[in-house]
Design a protein around this ligand. Structure first.
Ligand code: ADP
Ligand code: X15
Length: 406
């Protein structure tokens, strides 16, 4: 059993609230506020009930373009909550503790990007996570911990699993709703189709293995960078530009894993039949048999033959679970694959979609009509493989529950 906000005596309590506001960034600032909006109910409720709220969150990954401060997130949150939200450029130092101590009832602040500290980008068991600088530094000024970061619940990182080891832990409203909807994948109608796109290749291959091995997926459709890796694994020459991109992203070793997966479950894995590249400023679609493209051309989207093929599979599906865009949807030339694939998915009786960039794509492309739009991508997929999420397990076994999973 996980405690929720209904079990928390909020007034006058200083609460560390872990949210997931990991969002697209443009020029160093927030470019899409969908994930912030998702947490407004939890934060408003805590503030209206007289809580003193310190928001904890990560943004981006070390070394990446989106690895930025949470200052613009705090500014946007103030607008969404319609109340002042201080930004503190520290997470667990004395400056951070002092700011948290000075909160009054109904006041909120945002601490700095947790991943600015190296331990937060490592995976620990909960007891070890509780002994990190972040948790040891901040926990003494907190009375309770609320985890609303469903989208990061598949990570066993200190801010997600360490705090509930030393503080009473509660699920926020987003976490609660996601667990309700996604906790019963085995009960969704069959055939079940998983559409795996986007750029997080290792996570996607993990999920594909799991759902194929457990018999949860009747089909896995690949697209995006994931689809490109599978094409190379299948012996297709995608050309230098796409190969270099995959190499630079650190996903070259995933090609062998994709090959193993194709050997084991190839009959249930669908690969793109064509890809779209940019040629002379226009979109050009090339069938896989006619690849490679010219040297500088990268596979940026799936083409019409792939879409027709995937739409046919989706037309027979009872449930579709979708994560990641089919192409570089941010570019007008390459938004078509994502738009058409998502639209086809909304016609399936049960349609579940998730992911940070996926949510941004839905908003940009104006696609609506999914049964459930999850705030999580990797977390939703992990949950839909019927596996436990470390951050959820940590809440189930928090200090107040006496360390037992009751
Ligand atoms: N063929 C492709 N080449 C390069 N990037 C791609 C391609 N297809 C999709 N992407 C990129 O993948 C990113 C989103 O992937 P990901 O982070 O896995 O999604 P989510 O956050 O929804 O889980 C987008 O920025 C998109 O531009
Ligand atoms: O955006 C996230 O995951 P998602 O892209 O799978 O939805 C979460 O914030 C987790 O981020 P991470 O995948 O860098 O650990």
């Amino acid at each position: 059993m996980i405690d929720t906000l209904d079990d928390l005596d909020v007034e006058g309590t200083t609460i560390g609230v872990r949210v997931d506001v990991n969002s697209p960034i443009d020029d160093g600032s927030l470019a899409d506020d969908a994930r912030l909006r998702a947490h407004v109910d939890t934060l408003s409720e805590l503030l209206e009930r007289g809580g003193r709220v310190a928001v904890l969150a990560h943004q981006g990954r070390p070394g990446g373009d989106e690895f930025v401060s949470l200052e613009s997130h705090a500014d946007r949150l103030a607008e969404l909550l319609d109340r002042p939200v201080d930004y503190v450029d520290a997470t667990f130092t004395e400056a951070a503790r002092e700011a948290v101590r000075s909160l009054e009832n109904g006041e909120c602040l945002v601490l700095e990007n947790t991943r600015f500290y190296s331990e937060e980008y490592m995976e620990f068991d909960p007891e070890r996570a509780a002994r990190t600088h972040l948790v040891e530094g901040l926990a003494p000024v907190l009375d309770a911990y609320v985890n609303d970061a469903f989208a990061a619940a598949h990570r066993s990182q200190p801010s997600l699993v360490g705090f509930p080891t030393v503080l009473p832990g509660y699920a926020g409203r987003v976490m609660e709703a996601e667990l309700d909807v996604l906790g019963s994948i085995e009960e969704t109608p069959e055939p079940r189709v998983y559409v795996i796109g986007g750029a997080k290749v290792s996570d996607s291959i993990d999920v594909a293995w799991s759902v194929l091995e457990k018999g949860l997926a009747d089909h896995v459709l690949t697209a995006g960078v994931v689809g490109n890796v599978f094409l190379i694994a299948d012996g297709v020459d995608l050309g230098d530009a796409s190969s270099d991109f995959i190499y630079d992203q650190g996903y070259w070793d995933e090609i062998d894993r994709a090959t193993d997966l194709l050997d084991a479950y190839g009959d249930r894995i669908a690969l793109p039949r064509d890809v779209a590249v940019e040629r002379d400023g226009s979109r050009k679609e090339i069938g896989v048999n006619a690849l490679p493209p010219q040297e500088t051309e990268a596979a940026m989207d799936v083409g019409d033959s792939t879409l027709t093929y995937y739409q046919r599979i989706l037309s027979d599906a009872g449930t579709v679970i979708l994560n990641g865009p089919a192409g570089v949807f941010e570019d007008d030339l390459f938004e078509r694959g994502t738009r058409e694939l998502y639209e086809a998915a909304t016609a399936v009786p049960t349609s579940i979609v998730g992911g940070g960039d996926t949510a941004a794509a839905l908003r940009r492309l104006g696609v609506e009509g999914f049964t459930h739009v999850s705030t999580g991508g990797g977390a939703a997929l992990r949950m839909l493989t019927a596996e436990s999420l470390p951050a959820v397990t940590a809440l189930e076994t928090d200090t107040e529950n006496g360390g037992t999973d009751d």
